[in-house]
Design a protein around this ligand. Sequence first.
Ligand code: ACO
Length: 430
Amino acid sequence: MSDSKARLSIGDTILELDKLEATVGQPAIDIRRLRADAGHVTFDPGFANTANARSEITYINGAAGELRHRGYQIEDLAINCSFLEVAYLLLYGKLPNRTELEAWELDISTHTLLNEEMRSFFDAFPRRAHPMAVLSSATNAISTFYDVYRRPTRKQEIDSGARTLIAKMPTVAAWAFKKSIGEPYVYPDNNLDYVENFLHMMFTRPVEDVPIDPAVVKALNVLLILHADHGQNCSTATVRAVGSSRANMFTSVAAGMGALWGPLHGGANQSVIEMLQVIHDDPDATIDSTIARAKDKDDDFRLMGFGHRVYSNYDPRARVLKSYAEDVLDRMETSDPLLEIARELEAAALADDYFASRKLYPNVDFYSGIIFRALGFPERMFTVLFAIGRIPGWIANWMEMNSDPDTRIMRPRQLYVGETARDFVPLDQR
Ligand code: ACO
């Protein structure tokens, strides 16, 4: 048998399956004919062993703790680029030159305004509405103002849909926040850059002009880059699943936001701070008792911000964030007792055999919340910030899926373990 084939024997049937080579990383075994040729399906809950697509966007080496977008190391991008530069890279496969970047920044900055009718949309939500729910609903709602985005087919329509989503997300997020604290919405200012504009809409109040701190702009820029894409994770797979029915980009991304919100995914950044706060406030909740709870199989509590489906090593984004958290607090001349607790908790977990044997390390969410707090964001906005960062990754995947001739509507099989045929029992005999 050649090296390009894998052999699978099921009873008397021997199947030779093609191996599909990756440019780097694990090859795949092509099982697309398995059901038809051998009458079996594969069983892989959570798709941990299943490649859902061919992708050229992001490469992760979980064992080595490596993350690259379009071939570039995340560390290089985080230090040297603006968020919009990385967004361009994800969407179009190359770093923009100066002319391209300026045109892209101008295009984004001149599409930040929401249709004025959207004000009533925000007004309709209760004040206590979680901003993630508002963000996801608004993402869908924006498309209702543009008929062309309902079924974009031409490249130009898809590109302008991408630009619209990236441009308007900070406005939506800031308005969701303003609504939740009962302050008037602040309109975007096209003279500001992407991150400055977001901070302006978040923190400006009618009674005071809050100056924008360049240290905050820099830190938020890095944070958005670190969240920009991460392969076929839960929310991106959701975007692809919804988009595979040819649903439009806005609806697909809105669904991805729902997936991101869960505490086992992007919602973990809020849960980490809540966990650290409990350790800080509650004398009964110590580092040791928190670790003990996380290890207790009768308790569904998990150490938030620890563990990852793909990394069996330190998440490279967490490594950048850990040193950054310290730096940001220093530059802002502030301190946070939760940072010290986080460091102690991390050290205790890494020294514990339970975490070491399962290769559980801090993930991106472990330190990001501490920085978001230092920058002045309330906890309810943490996952929203993650979502703004992830928009380019979701869109890039939606675009890639749309142009891939191998894309099929998402339709997994199941291993049926329910009742076999039963005789119907009329209502009065049950
Ligand atoms: N705390 C305690 N135990 C854990 C943790 C944790 N954070 N994570 C995994 N484990 C344990 C599991 O209980 C399991 O133990 P067992 O082998 O004795 O049954 C083992 O480690 C493997 O866990 P799985 O659930 O199979 O790991 P999986 O890869 O499916 O889960 C996940 C990954 C969901 C991220 C998990 O590690 C977790 O729940 N972490 C906490 C939430 C979190 O931080 N999420 C953010 C992830 S990053 C992101 O989405 C942006």
